[in-house]
Design a protein around this ligand. Structure first.
Ligand code: FAD
Ligand code: FES
Length: 287
């Protein structure tokens, strides 16, 4: 159930250059959040940027009770990369600062067939929504994570997946960590070994498209988590629409990434149109 949490930050730590993890006090959030869902985070109230920013839910949990008798605190955690104005403000926030978070939002990952291997493919910060999925799926099926980044600095929290019992494989474009090359090369090899696997993917669009091409060629079920510019996060502004499979001028089929997604079955999307604006975005989406 979606709720607007007027709450405060518990911690905000740099984990690699330009990457941060933030724990936010959120009583009751965990019982509603599903793997792959996201929150809209209001950076600040009165000054630009006025719009909330979308972030995947990395995990939920409880901080232990304090020794001075304070009860345990339920939190949600996000992992973010500083890319612009809003995230630059976020990196300056501290424990105790007041924030607003709307969520959990959107359609998350479907669990798939428990009899089949799961291969999770993450690119850079795209790893975020895969953690709760791994946590959930590893109880029933073998889970393997293929994680790609430009350099070693883009490879985050892989050991936390390993602690769940997930087998992890890393590639970097420059070879500074793991195998040199693209994560898609690893995927092709793994699918030769585990042809019955189901694939789940989140990362930059070129990577997702390449993963879709590989999976489509082998009839491998694929779910992808898409990123889009989002102004409202709840289906009201139409700033985040993408074209669905079968879209034509005569029979338009638009999907809001925030409500119909951000997770889609690959077959639901018009892959040729992805990456080009699906409709005129509202001006508000840009501030
Ligand atoms: C469902 C969803 C989940 C997301 N989860 C995460 C996450 O877990 N961690 C994380 O770091 N980021 C995540 N993002 C992306 C994040 O929302 C943007 O990086 C953030 O809004 C940038 O805000 P800003 O004000 O710093 O950047 P701006 O100043 O608004 O923009 C800086 C640059 O980033 C680009 N940009 C901004 N937002 C997006 C976007 N949504 N998609 C693609 N490019 C964008 C802009 O075009 C511009 O080039 C997610 C996005 C979506 C839609
Ligand atoms: S962000 Fe407004 S409709 Fe999706």
């Amino acid at each position: 159930m979606m709720k607007n949490y007027k709450t405060r930050i518990l911690s905000n730590q740099e984990i690699a250059p330009d990457y941060y993890r933030m724990k936010i006090l959120a009583p009751g959030f965990g019982q509603h959040a599903r793997p792959g869902q996201f929150v809209m985070f209001r950076v600040q109230r009165s000054m630009p940027p006025l719009l909330r920013r979308p972030f995947g839910v990395f995990r939920t949990g409880f901080l232990p009770a304090d020794c001075d008798g304070m009860p345990e605190k339920e939190y949600l955690e996000i992992l973010y990369k500083v890319v612009g104005h809003g995230t630059a403000i976020m990196r300056e926030l501290h424990s105790g600062d007041a924030v607003e978070v709307l969520g959990p939002l959107g359609r998350g990952f479907e669990p798939g067939d428990p009899q089949r291997e799961k291969i999770l493919v993450g690119g850079g910060i795209g790893l975020v929504p895969l953690f709760m999925l791994a946590e959930d799926r590893v109880k029933e099926s073998p889970v393997r994570l293929l994680m790609g980044g430009r350099t070693r600095d883009d490879i985050l929290v892989v050991t936390e997946f390993e602690r769940l019992g997930v087998e992890t494989y890393v590639s970097t474009d420059d070879g500074s960590l793991g195998e040199e090359g693209f994560v898609t090369q690893m995927l092709e090899r793994k699918l030769r070994k585990y042809p019955d696997a189901e694939v789940y993917c989140c990362g930059p669009l070129p990577m997702i498209s390449a993963v879709n091409t590989i999976c489509a060629a082998q009839n491998v079920p694929l779910q992808v988590s898409l990123e889009a510019l989002m102004a409202c996060g709840v289906g009201a502004c139409l700033g985040c629409v993408v074209k669905g499979a079968g879209h034509t001028e005569e029979h338009p089929r638009y999907l809001c990434t925030c409500k119909a997604g951000p997770v889609f079955h690959a077959a639901e999307l018009d892959w040729h149109a992805l990456g080009t604006p699906a409709a005129d975005s509202c001006e508000g989406c840009k501030s």
